[in-house]
Design a protein around this ligand. Sequence first.
Ligand code: EPZ
Length: 429
Amino acid sequence: MDKIRVTGGNQLEGAITISGAKNAALPLMIASLLTEETLTLENVPHLADVESLIRILTNHGVDYRVEGKRKGQDSRQGRTIEFTAGAIVDTTAPYELVSRMRASFWVIGPLLARMGEARVSLPGGCAIGTRPVDLFIDVLARLGADIKIENGYAVATTADGLVGAHYEFPKVSVGATHVALMAATLAKGRTVLSNAAREPEVADLARCLKAMGARIEGEGSSTITIDGVERLGGARHRVLPDRIETGTYAIAVAMTGGNVLLEGARPELLESALEALRSAGVGVERENGGIRVTRGNEPIRAVDITTQPFPGFPTDLQAQFMALMTRADGTAEITETIFENRFMHVQELARLGAHINLDGQTAVVEGVDELHGAQVMATDLRASVSLVIAGLAARGTTTVNRVYHLDRGFERLEDKLSRCGAVIERVSE
Ligand code: EPZ
């Protein structure tokens, strides 16, 4: 199994191109199930999760074609992939495929809306909490589906198609909002979703669905109104830049010091995280086509954060920010409110010499003068990258095991960091 070996101490200098967002690409790909015409997605990142979802979609009958590079196109740009669900040949998403990645459960929305039936295995994914599916079941039932859980599968049917309704989410859920949005595009009449997720990836999905002919208003706010249409058609859509990758590299520069331009990054997608970095004493400036992040020799200030749904501080940057706080001048409190078990990086950061005490959903991080390299391992994607970031600033060599977590969500991580001067390599065994 591959490992990443990082030797700390170098400042990061140069430029990093930000990839298309994993968490936008996945629902966009799933939206291709809603039409028999071709959905072309540009800027699709090359990630293990994208490949897993391609396997699931092809199992339902989706054909896909990766477009060749156009003349003058940079090899670092994401791929353009055409998805065509001419005929849905199977409405079952089996355990073997779905258990690897939670987002694959989301096929339930478009399959049900287009075919009137779906049988989807209950999901797996990163081990960051129990992650139930009650909200999906609740909202689809409100749209008229009959849903049962049978032998580990959610089995959904509708006799006469979905019917628009008003649904207020009792809790903000990105995935359940994606699914409700996709399902409602083909429902009869109007659907109003209240307390919907406002994440930029939800708005990106809505923009793509509109290009396919859907009638949607209010995306990006907590109330989304969808007027169902008879059918959707093809479209061409560019995946928005990855705000979590952006924040991760910004934190890496904050950690090591240096000066890096994050090319293609959009500051409005992660204002709360950039604000936390500014409070920590890091230079963050919008620059033509991206964000410039700088830190000189000044100390990192301790900053308390609490994760919240968008536009609050993202849970997907919590582990990385904690890594930064391990080197802060003072004590920071980091509170996780989205997932109940998202502190697995704490004990691994401690192996590098961090001082962190857990108090329920809050981690109290007391900054130390120095981290030192060690063997570490992580059980989820963002936790793994927090260990890489910590390793970049640790004395000596850090080996991060179980790299497959990183490959799920970070495109060419070692390449991007080493181009900026980091000493980092992948070791295959
Ligand atoms: C999405 O997961 C992201 N995944 C996650 O990123 C991200 O951490 C999360 O949103 C929150 O921002 C993708 O976009 C592919 P939720 P999702 O439904 O949709 C509870 C990463 O590292 N809940 O918004 O699964 C749930 O348990 C990943 O890229 C229910 O209770 O998250 C959680 O506590 C990890 N019942 C909260 O809601 C439900 O039916 C928010 O989860 C559904 C969710």
